[in-house]
Design a protein around this ligand. Sequence first.
Ligand code: SAM
Length: 270
Amino acid sequence: MYIDLLKKVLVDYHRINEIEYSPVYESKGNFKSKLVVWANKRLAKFGLAICKKFNFNKENRINGKDWPANADTMIGLKRLDNIEYCIKNILQDNIEGDLIETGVWRGGATIFMKALLRYNNVTDRNVWVADSFEGLPKPNEQKYAADKNDIHFTRSELAISMETVKSNFEKYGLLDEQVKFLKGWFKDTLPNAPISKLSLLRLDGDMYESTMDAITALYPKLSIGGYLIVDDWGAVAGCKKAIEDYRKEHNITEPIIEIDWTGVYWRKER
Ligand SMILES: C[S@@+](CC[C@H](N)C(=O)[O-])C[C@H]1O[C@@H](n2cnc3c(N)ncnc32)[C@H](O)[C@@H]1O
């Protein structure tokens, strides 16, 4: 019941039938957003801010199809179920290694990983929380053509500070010394991260570059029997291409299994 309730709380499922008010965030370079920023500065004096109104959509929250106003993860219930499934098998089969998500936003998916470890009395595995905590990088079109015109970096609502993510862990009573934070761009933090083995590698960095940097640095550390999860396979063409390129180059043939409209995973066999 704790795990089922936690999943619902992490996606704010209990707010079904309510209206959500999401602040209108700054989106760099966009005229409408500049106007909102200008207006917000003036409204702030009166304790007011411009918000967008959303009717809570149950299907979107099950399938992780929206960017929730308040929830601690945007991945939805099906992809949380998938994390639970993978961790259950990892523990049952004694697959060695820590757990990591690359691209955590408000931290919800990693909070859930930690909850499953705590629930199963596991004290010898770390959960690694890897993010810039400043949003996505500007596309490097020279090096990664697949990221051409990617505008994720303009979305300030994707920039959640490390302090906020830590306090989100604390809210659930799940922040301890086995939760490790890797702050910075993946290309800088992941290649030399002090991680020896992984049993779960969850990629959620949206872009080609972010996906490629993470899988290149970390897949060799994934134990046989461990799981690789790709959050953005269906949602972001660049992410899918990075995975296809990496699999081809490294002759990875394990079947790709669908979780929902965007998430996929496979279990490492060799
Ligand atoms: C879609 S959000 C992740 C959603 C999250 N997994 C959840 O449970 O809701 C993408 C995250 O990836 C991070 N990110 C993307 N590319 C990155 C990179 N190259 N280096 C560091 N962080 C990156 C962003 O800062 C953002 O927090």
